[in-house]
Design a protein around this ligand. Sequence first.
Ligand SMILES: [Zn+2]
Length: 127
Amino acid sequence: MNYENSNIEPFCRAGNCGYQIKDHVGCTDGSGDCMPVSLLDAEESGFHDGSLIAATSAIKDILANIPADVNGRTLSFLNTRMGTLLAWVEHGHDAWEGAVTAKDDDATIAAALKLKNVTFADAAQAN
Ligand SMILES: [Zn+2]
């Protein structure tokens, strides 16, 4: 199966991309919680010092060496309240009936993404 990712631009990069999870992950209209992987370079500054510039370079090298997905999916950072997951995503889909999205609670999202060792931010707020 080959996924159609030709419409990542401008839809996903405009911050309109949201993850949806069934047994696989796709994106649909959302608030930027599915962010196609792109790590930015910047001039050295007080908030982006030499250590962070070196780390950025190392992370970019690691990401660049990930073999392309045989199914044509692309890498995204899935941003949750618990943290960020790197995932292969089918971009540019309509909303899937019954899919888990960022609007669901943390426990539901954690289960759908098979997250390990996470603390539920919304559960902490309830206490
Ligand atoms: Zn997308």
